[in-house]
Ligand binder design. Sequence first.
Ligand code: ADP
Ligand code: MG
Length: 294
Amino acid sequence: MALLEVKGITKVFAQKKNSAHIVLENMSFSVERGQYVSLLGPSGCGKTTLLTLMGGFIAPDAGEIILADQKVEDPGPDRGFVFQNYALFPWMTVKDNILYALRVKKVSSAEQNERLQELLDISQLHGSENKYPVQLSGGMQQRVAMVRALASRPEILLLDEPLGAVDFQMRELLQEELAALVEGAKTTVVMVTHDVGESVYLSDRVIVMSAHKGRIIQDVHIDLDRPRNRQSAGFKAYVSDLTELVRQAFREKTVAAEPPPDSNENKNQFSFVDAYNRMFSQYTNNVTNGRIAK
Ligand SMILES: Nc1ncnc2c1ncn2[C@@H]1O[C@H](COP(=O)(O)OP(=O)(O)O)[C@@H](O)[C@H]1O
Ligand SMILES: [Mg+2]
């Protein structure tokens, strides 16, 4: 049985003038335990929508998502989520950011400390635990976001363009760090990206999504040894094949008879701040519920 099963997911967003935008239609795939799967596709094809469905932040209009035999209905500690642009709590130190989920769960301080040391090891952030996010480089912030998501030992790590905000020059280096970190944590990953090279460097599988209703154009297994050599002929062949598939993904949008997108892009764009606030209030609710339950 696969760890994660996406079964016939449809997601529709209402638009102005009673029209509807079908972002994902009847989408299905599964992810095996330990796999690193990337969702690759042009901007606006529904990658973030799919990931937030997996995170339980929004609900599908049809279909269901099953994680470790449980239907996903709400956000939960079995899923570590890293938002686009990392979203650390700026008012908390590195240590407090990392331990946030464990404190909410009222894990004993001895266990918190043990876990903190492990997470500082795999992220190589020893010495920075009392700094604030603003005092760290982009790469370090990214590592904090990653281990914060790993703190509660989730079944799966959901990453939304985790390197999206990083300079081009830094990206390859951080991809190497990310690969090492995931290997060290031995976790299952679903990562959203629009960067073909990044998907080949990191993934066991790359699912290419069309801009038209999120159709899966191809599910490509990357059969290359790790650590991967970007200069190898095999690597370059995957990059060129996937680049062609992404071009096809763009063209599907052009030929599709969709209503024109809302002119006010920002208004319709999935709001990162909303998601962040929702995540925060979900955590706060958990704390309150925990108190009431006791
Ligand atoms: N909450 C929302 N309300 C309305 N439309 C949305 C919402 N979230 C996303 N969309 C629309 O769904 C489409 C897919 O968005 P998204 O999943 O963010 O794409 P990607 O992450 O692949 O760039 C876009 O056209 C976007 O404007
Ligand atoms: Mg996105």
